[in-house]
Design a protein around this ligand. Sequence first.
Ligand SMILES: Cc1cc2nc3c(=O)[nH]c(=O)nc-3n(C[C@H](O)[C@H](O)[C@H](O)COP(=O)(O)O)c2cc1C
Length: 344
Amino acid sequence: MNNFQNIWDFKNTSKENLTQHAFDYLVGGADDLRTFKRNIEAYQHFQIRPRRLIDVTNVDTSMELFGKKYASPIFLAPVGFQELFHKDGEIPAVKAAATKNILSVASTVTSKSFSEICEAVDSPPWFQLYTTSDRTTTTRLLDQAQKNNCKTIVLTVDVPVPGNREKHIEILTGSMRTENTLGNFKDGGADFDPTLTWDFIPWFKKNYNMNLLLKGIMTAEDAALALDYEVDGIIVSNHGGRQLESDLSTIEVLEEISKTINGAIPILIDGGIRRGTDIFKALALGATAVGIGRPYIYGLATDGQAGVEKVLDILQTELVRNMQLAGATSISKINKKQVREKKF
Ligand SMILES: Cc1cc2nc3c(=O)[nH]c(=O)nc-3n(C[C@H](O)[C@H](O)[C@H](O)COP(=O)(O)O)c2cc1C
């Protein structure tokens, strides 16, 4: 692993280390994978406009969200079923994030329970929520998060039903759920919730005192509604191309969403981030933080916590170098003028 240079090196090793089934689950997406591929490719249609003659000896990549300062704008997006990729499930990745002072988000469908994950680190990760139409289960999950001192809930809004992932649909719909333990559902109860609507937000606000972010926003219209409903932030995401195959990538919709939000709440983004230049472009177009999903799981499958840390180091080193080459000495100095879009 010492000679690994980029994310693709980790992807190749994970393919060797994982069962075909686990690898398919990791790299898969909906239908013909067009949205998954476009998430990555679309970054090539945005070019960086570098500024010159700026002292870039020191570059500050720190980022603050809800009063907590992180070392980098990179965060670990929620990924379920991590025991498929490592015997210790979510623990290595959450520890890697804590070691690097990086934000991480634990999924609802983790192999370990949220309480077990929180025990492994000093400060709890954010909790990603999948609701069930039965509010009792949702309440139990939120109570567990609150009991563990979790301050921020990420409500995923792009999974009313499972996407058409032909290679691994069974993981989502049945058999794999019994083969792999789901830490938060030891007595069962995990299900999809096609009944979820905006009404959830006032219910949540009435009953819980935690920040609420919506993950899966892809239009300016929904961004405007998110503001109306007074959520604390949004994550621009299409679930890494695993849900609706829509041919729109997250970086393409970021600008319209950013215009609507106009600085009122933080905008996070994920999907297709594989290079420091991708992170730079997303920050320039209005993101506060930039999430990775598959890339850190490639690290996890390659070498557990050390693998995740190395993935983070590589992306962070690339980001710093690109900031220096483009003349930006801090995250706040990366602005829209530093990126130009060439339409597809
Ligand atoms: C194997 C896998 C499992 C995932 N599980 C979840 C999940 O449980 N909850 C969720 O909100 N998103 C989940 N996602 C989506 C990620 O949070 C994220 O949106 C996506 O991976 C970002 O795209 P990227 O993989 O290109 O970085 C999952 C993604 C992958 C690849």
